[in-house]
Design a protein around this ligand. Structure first.
Ligand code: C2O
Length: 306
């Protein structure tokens, strides 16, 4: 992309609709039940030889070797978020910004992406790490992503940030979003700052919606945004997801499973990360459990995994 990228431009570049034309029944990830939640770790505690990062690099290389028409390829996965490529395939350019599907759509996207990475790296226990840029000690792009010999690196970033520059404190603050109890208001503010501000600061591919998900750091940035959704909700009883809004709860979005088959998911499928999607974030407080159904399912049998 030529020219400076503004935060407004990042957000304005995606006006994707709510996916009303998508078909298919909501698929509940059956193998998620009955397993203990896995931990998505803070990348700040990892060096370049951490098995999570070496496996991620391995998966990226394997995915980059596949053609863009293969749903498991790096290009296809990034294009689900956004792409400049012509002849759009199923689910391309479906990222949700500028509306209240932002947090839920990106949670779904990461969920299926993580499962594809598990397959492509050969580690069924792999979890997506998060980049906690809100912590004063993690304002730089994590070092393993700045090593030009690594598959985690791309030159398509701001040279300053690739050179070890730090995100400005004002760009990573979620205080104004978190002060809002209304879900839509809070998530719209969050989409601008910190979310969009960090995109623009990292720059290059990350600075614009149609290219952002080509950068391996994208998914760690969004894992942090996803963790912060949990934290927003955990502030107290006044902070709630839009459970009275049927459109938010039931609009289906399309993704691909690790076999390359189409799947759909809705807001109701992603309310409780630990229970429904089987992950927690390292160091987060107990997740708030919300339910679309009037009754709560009985406690599931836990079996140990990973
Ligand atoms: Cu869908 Cu951070 O963008």
């Amino acid at each position: 992309m030529a020219g400076p990228v503004t935060r407004r431009r990042f957000l304005a570049a995606s006006a994707a609709g709510a996916g009303s034309a998508l078909l298919g029944s909501a698929l509940f990830p059956s193998d998620a039940w009955g397993a203990m939640p896995r931990v998505r770790r803070n990348v700040g505690g990892m060096n370049a030889y951490d098995p999570i990062l070496t496996a991620y690099g391995r998966a990226i290389q394997a995915m980059q070797a596949l053609p863009a028409t293969n749903p498991l390829s790096w290009a296809y996965q990034a294009a689900i978020h956004g792409t400049l490529l012509g002849s759009p395939q199923v689910a391309w350019n479906t990222c949700q910004h500028g509306n209240y599907f932002f947090w839920s759509w990106h949670r779904m996207y990461l969920y299926w992406f993580e499962r594809i990475i598990r397959k492509m790296c050969g580690d069924p226990c792999w979890t997506l790490p998060y980049w906690a840029w809100d912590s004063p000690t993690e304002r730089q792009i994590p070092a393993p992503f700045r090593d030009s010999s690594s598959p985690l690196y791309t030159a398509n970033r701001s040279a300053t940030m690739n050179g070890g520059g730090s995100l400005p404190a004002t760009d990573v603050s979620y205080a104004s979003s978190f002060s809002q109890t209304n879900f839509t208001t809070a998530s719209l503010i969050f989409q601008g700052t910190p979310h969009g501000a960090v995109h623009v600061d990292v720059g290059g591919w990350m600075g614009s919606v149609p290219t952002a998900a080509q950068d391996p750091i994208f998914y760690l940035h969004h894992a942090n945004c996803d963790r912060l959704w949990d934290l927003w909700l955990a502030q107290g009883a006044s902070w709630v997801d839009p459970l009275t809004d049927n459109t938010w709860k039931t609009t289906p979005f399309t993704f691909f499973n690790k076999s390359g088959a189409q799947v759909t998911m809705t807001g109701c499928d992603v309310l409780r990360a630990a229970q429904q999607l089987r992950y927690v974030y390292e160091g987060e407080p107990a997740q708030v459990d919300e339910y679309c159904l009037k009754f709560k399912p009985p406690g599931s049998l836990c079996k140990k995994c990973c």
